[in-house]
Design a protein around this ligand. Structure first.
Ligand SMILES: Cc1cc2nc3c(=O)[nH]c(=O)nc-3n(C[C@H](O)[C@H](O)[C@H](O)COP(=O)(O)OP(=O)(O)OC[C@H]3O[C@@H](n4cnc5c(N)ncnc54)[C@H](O)[C@@H]3O)c2cc1C
Length: 535
């Protein structure tokens, strides 16, 4: 969590250097390594090992793309210049590995506006990546440049309990909006939540030994708490939880472990800024995949892994159909032999694989029990960016509503197009599962209705008729958004997710404490590559 290695050094810093600067040392014991899964974890592990001189084969179930939950919809909109993100969409300034990897691969990044800005806001220059270790050492990939994010416009909309306000109006008079929940809170939901979760505001400035002690206590005190029970223990009445949950799009995640919200609000500063990749997020995984070239075999789904003391054999089936719709494992069955394997697929997918000999008891329990959440997106294409026009116009940022759509995100930048794609509904957990039950056409219909509630009938004439949707629960190789532990699961399962089983190593964001972030996937890829390289 704090990146302290067993010997007291900064694990994050050493991983950053390996991934970006040095790679792994060239090997004098060339091994045959099978990497299962070509998401960011598998691709980063495979690249490091191949560059170090090992013979690497990557087996990817998907027949037509790599990237996993990094997936950009391209070529599906009426305007070919437009693209939109089905999965990951922003990179945090607190995640140096993924930002520096994008820079290293020449993948251009630009600001992602989490909060709306004025439509004519000039794009600030992109600063190099900077990381300061708790050891005092600093790492950067360019001359230091202070990034000053543009001011927020406060024009994005909130609509709850039948009342619509801009974010600026809400910030000026939060009590008016909260009254609809029967709640007398006078600060904004964001400030209120941040105060409740930011347990130790000065942590980053304290000696690392003190930080470790504080975190050990936080974990022992709250590991078994859900976000809801944690807030109740701090004296929050039900109405405040409902107001903040609704306005922060957290209602559906209130029953999950409080540990990750605590990490996000304590370790990730409120000053975090966000970045997107100009060509779409998949340009990062595409660039990694390009480096591996023919070492990646698409359409090979692992169904069984056998290992002896001498080697591993991974059995795969060919695949038919689309990753999001009908399909079934099909012949031909093909086996791949290697000295070692790295399994970099979600545990949800590993659930449908067999292992001989069986995996350890703890690993099997993690595969069976670790909670994976749902997330669903509905993306609608519009002929013009009408929300940017007029005195109330805004660019980027999000609107929040208590309609089924819950959160809408607007594009931060659009190049070479009059139009734009809006993430018209972004939902998690139970909120997402409602959408998962709908057909593709119904999802588009109801997301358009959600937009109409906020922007009126003009959405109908502006809609191009093209909407695309992504349910991550129904995606056959992901089977969920990400591992989001319920109370107690971090303690019960986290170590088992990453433990080595014979000649088989495990990677994936679920094995990292940065779960549900590409940074966590890369961290796990570097760790697994180091483990195998060292054998
Ligand atoms: C909706 C959503 C929003 C997100 N937003 C962000 C964000 O804004 N920023 C961010 O940093 N992260 C975000 N993430 C998380 C990020 O996408 C993941 O952390 C990252 O993709 C995990 O990488 P991975 O390699 O561990 O797994 P994956 O990306 O899932 O890759 C696993 C690969 O294994 C393949 N596979 C599965 N089963 C098999 C099998 N049996 N045999 C062979 N191959 C198999 C899959 O097809 C896939 O290619 C988001 C995720 C989702 C779903």
């Amino acid at each position: 969590m704090l990146g302290v290695a067993e010997d007291g050094s900064d694990r994050r810093l050493s991983q950053l250097k390996i991934l970006i600067d040095t790679g792994l040392p060239a090997t004098d014991r060339r091994k045959r390594i099978v990497v299962v899964g070509a998401g960011p974890a598998g691709l980063s592990a495979a690249t490091l090992l191949a560059d170090a001189g090992h013979e690497v084969t990557v087996l990817e179930a998907n027949g037509n793309r790599t990237g996993g939950r990094v997936k950009t919809f391209r070529g599906v909109f009426t305007d070919p210049a437009l693209h939109a993100e089905a999965g990951a969409m922003r990179l945090s300034s607190e995640h140096p590995m993924v930002l520096a990897l994008a820079d290293k691969l020449g993948v251009s990044r630009r600001p992602f506006y989490n909060a709306d800005v004025l439509p004519d806001t000039p794009t600030p220059p992109t600063p190099p990546v900077f990381y300061r270790s708790f050891t005092g050492e600093e790492w950067s990939n360019g001359p230091r440049l202070r990034y000053v994010p543009p001011p927020t416009a406060g024009r994005g909309l909130l609509r709850v309990n039948g009342v619509t306000r801009t974010r600026g109006e809400y910030a000026a008079n939060p009590a008016e909006v909260h009254a609809g929940f029967g709640c007398d809170l006078a600060t904004t939901s964001g400030e209120c939540l941040h105060t409740a979760l930011r347990q130790a505001a000065v942590l980053a400035e304290q000696p690392i030994e003190r930080q470790v002690a504080v975190w050990a206590k936080l974990l022992s005190d709250y590991e078994n708490h859900s976000l809801r029970s944690y807030l109740m223990e701090r004296g929050w009445p039900r109405q405040r939880i409902e107001a903040v949950g609704t306005l922060e799009n957290l209602t559906a995640r209130l029953r999950h472990s409080v540990v990750f919200p605590l990490v996000d609000h304590t370790l990730i500063s409120s000053e975090a800024t966000y970045w997107e990749l100009a060509g779409g997020m998949a340009s990062l995984t595409d660039a990694l995949a390009q480096r591996l070239g023919p070492a990646i075999l698409l359409g090979r789904r692992m169904t069984r892994l056998e290992q002896t003391e001498h080697g591993v054999r991974v059995w795969t089936t060919g695949e038919t159909g689309d990753e999001d719709s009908d399909g079934r494992p099909a012949d031909p069955v093909e086996a791949f032999d290697a000295d070692y394997a790295i399994v970099a697929i979600p545990l949800t997918s590993a659930r449908f694989c067999t292992f001989d000999p069986p995996l350890s008891y703890d690993k099997r329990r993690a595969i069976i029990e670790l909670h994976h959440d749902a997330a669903t997106k509905v993306l609608l294409e519009f002929k013009t960016r009408f929300w940017e026009r007029g005195p109330a116009g805004f660019r980027g940022g999000r609107c929040v509503s208590d309609s089924p759509s819950r959160t809408m995100y607007f594009p931060s930048h659009v190049a070479d197009s009059e139009g734009g794609v809006v993430l018209a509904s972004y939902t998690f957990a139970d909120d997402a599962m409602r959408w998962d039950s709908l057909t593709e056409g119904e999802r588009v219909h109801f997301a358009l209705a959600g937009m109409r509630e906020l922007f009126g009938a003009r959405v109908d004439s502006e809609f191009t008729g093209v909407g695309v949707t992504q349910s991550w629960v129904r995606a056959r190789y992901a089977l969920g958004e990400a591992a989001i532990p319920t109370p107690g699961q971090l303690h019960d399962h986290h170590l088992a997710t990453r433990s080595v089983e014979g000649r088989t190593h495990f990677a994936g964001d679920h094995t990292s404490l940065d779960t549900a972030w590409i940074e966590g996937a890369l961290e796990s890829g570097v760790r697994a590559a180091r483990e195998v390289h060292a054998r």
